[in-house]
Ligand binder design. Sequence first.
Ligand code: SF4
Length: 189
Amino acid sequence: CRDAAVAIESLNQLSKTSMPLCMRMCHEHIRAQHHVKHGGRMQYGLFLKGIGVTLEDSIRFWREEFTKKMDADKFTRSYEYNIHHNYGKKGSMVNYTPYSCSKIIKEMAAPGDCHGCPYKSVDPATLKTKLASYGLSTSHIEEVMFFVSRGHYQIACGKYFMLTHNSNVEPTINHPNTYFEESQILMGN
Ligand code: SF4
């Protein structure tokens, strides 16, 4: 975990600059749909904990989004417990660890959900459109897709990292939280 707390007000910006695709797409899904199923809540919720979002801020983030579609009582009854649980504050008191790439790559997202590794789970045409909307040129998209088509999802992710950080050093991507940390270091934060 990072030492400094990350404010939820900075998540929109951080999702663009420092989150890998699996987390940026979850973030955008939640902002657009104001809901996400259990798999997405676990993947993104634990990631947020790992980057330094406090329990209180985490509850505020999910509550602000979910209560755009449901009343506050339902949110408290149905969702708040699980957020406490993920922070090790309720139930078994286990302090759950953010998911690694190998765990996320194994996940298959159901319709209406956003979890999993997009390099694997999103169909190639949609993935290309998404990468273009994130500012990659056609040739850069082809560089990423070269690895996607061979099933090298983490290498594709490392290539995306290099292209979006103007870096010559190819990082080894094993964990979305490490991706985030490396990005923040390169950006001088
Ligand atoms: Fe996320 Fe890892 Fe997939 Fe990158 S390779 S998008 S960090 S699961």
